[in-house]
Design a protein around this ligand. Structure first.
Ligand code: SF4
Length: 440
């Protein structure tokens, strides 16, 4: 039996796809092992957004060759689509597969025999038109279910449309079928995943369905306790979807809404499809209907043209907005993007300084969000995430909870009351029989 190992860099979508590809291997009789168990085949699923994607990829190839000198190394994923030739020249790489080819790995590489030269299967991104179903199965607690791929937007800083192609989606009835399969595995939480999931519903280049119909249909699938919407563009987050989540028992009160900048000048320059007023309106709408809802925001600092004044606009905007946490990205120039050619470049030390300021703001906002929720009762889904005799879990509104380890709690949803925040910024809470802590 041949042994195969997988390594994933990047986002939830990549995890979902690696997981699905690994099940394809298992169905063909391969044994899935970890990276250090001397596999015969290594599959590395790469990301184009990751800083130093090239260095990370090279390092993983070197490690793979150290573990199994005669092992076969295949590189797939976004970086493979963007730089197939460059990757094929890395010593130790045996195959590179692009976006349209990665799900055909078993068929294209057949016996995985190492040849003189790396084999490259990477057609132009316009060929990536099919939608491939995927969901992750790495533990019993949570799964990432891919419902959409690609993006038709052209944000000035982004390489994802070049790496993943046009927006396309699974059909609702097929998503429901996957959800039923997931429900049969005892998984408690499904995270809907895609590149631009608010754009769900495009099939063969035409809009056939809508995101709101997807979430309404999923809500009726029995056997899954929670659905979480991973990240959704503010201009695609409709009142209807917000109201639906507010009334749903299973779609949890948590949104992640990319902002990127609080300056309208920069939003226009970035090619985003909304202005700060719309963003504010979405957040206020959510908070009116769900005061306890967690809202995360992505922000980019150091985009070309981000003057001190414009940065402070972003800072003040976020400070005054009831968002619960930030994901801060320091702008870096990516090849073949419009932003890479723009003038008014922000020096790296300024970018880093601004990033630090927003990270501190994020901590403050998170703490304020925890404080607001003290004394309230939530449902925690405990995970098999154990550290120093403690285990972790998340409330429906994305507060991380720590409890004394008890194997009986793993993959169980328990009611807890958040009681106090200690000096480390962690919150002590009590659950009927177990002492638990919430922490940042
Ligand atoms: S919406 Fe913009 S940032 Fe998001 S994937 Fe599409 S192009 Fe990239």
């Amino acid at each position: 039996m041949k042994k195969v190992a997988f390594y994933t860099l990047g986002c939830k979508l990549n995890y979902a796809e690696t997981s699905t590809i690994s099940r394809m291997f298992e169905q063909k009789g391969y044994l899935k092992v970890s990276f250090d168990e001397r596999p015969d085949i290594f599959i590395i699923n790469t990301c184009s957004v990751t800083e130093n994607a090239d260095k990370k990829c090279k390092k993983l190839v070197r490690e793979a060759k150290k573990i199994s000198p005669n092992g076969f190394v295949a590189i797939i994923g976004c970086y493979a689509q963007l730089k197939p030739k460059e990757i094929s020249e890395i010593s130790g790489v045996d195959a590179v597969l692009g976006a349209a080819e990665k799900f055909r790995l078993l068929e294209l590489l057949d016996d995985f025999s190492v040849q003189q030269e790396a084999r490259v299967f990477a057609s132009g991104i316009q060929e990536a038109q099919e939608f491939h179903q995927a969901f992750s199965m790495h533990d019993r607690t949570r799964t990432f279910l891919k419902v959409q791929d690609g993006c038709n937007y052209g944000c000035a800083f982004c390489t994802i449309p070049l790496a993943r192609g046009k927006s396309r989606s699974e059909r609702i009835d097929n998503v429901l079928e996957s959800a039923r399969q997931i429900a049969a595995t005892e998984v408690k939480e499904v995270v809907l995943t895609g590149v631009n999931i608010g754009d769900f519903g495009i099939q063969d280049g035409k809009r056939k369905e809508h995101f709101i119909d997807l979430i309404r249909a999923l809500d009726k699938v029995s056997g899954i306790d929670r659905f979480r919407i991973s990240s959704i563009e503010p201009n695609l987050l409709t009142n209807e979807a917000i109201s639906f989540v507010a009334s749903s028992e299973r779609f949890v009160p948590h949104f992640h809404i990319p902002l990127q900048s609080g300056s309208n000048t920069l939003l226009r320059k970035m090619g985003r499809r909304y202005l700060r007023e719309l963003y504010q309106d979405r957040v206020e709408k959510i908070k009116t209907l769900m005061p306890h809802c967690s809202i995360g925001a992505d922000v980019i600092v150091g985009f070309p043209g981000e003057t001190e004044e414009r940065f402070l606009e972003t800072y003040e905007f976020l400070k005054n907005l009831p968002v619960s946490y930030l994901h801060v990205f320091t702008f870096s120039e990516r090849a073949n993007t419009r932003a890479a050619e723009m003038e008014d470049v922000v020096p790296m030390n300024v970018r880093n300084q601004r990033s630090k300021m927003l990270r501190i703001l994020s901590e403050k906002k998170k703490r304020a969000f925890y404080e607001e929720n003290l004394g309230k009762t939530f449902q925690v889904l405990f995970e098999e995430d154990i550290e120093d005799g403690k285990m972790h879990g998340f409330t429906e509104n994305y507060i991380r909870v720590r409890a004394k380890y008890d194997p009986v709690l793993i993959n169980e949803i328990k009611t807890v009351t958040l009681t106090e925040i200690n000096e480390k910024g962690t919150v002590e809470v009590w659950e009927p029989e177990h002492e638990v802590q919430v922490h940042g």
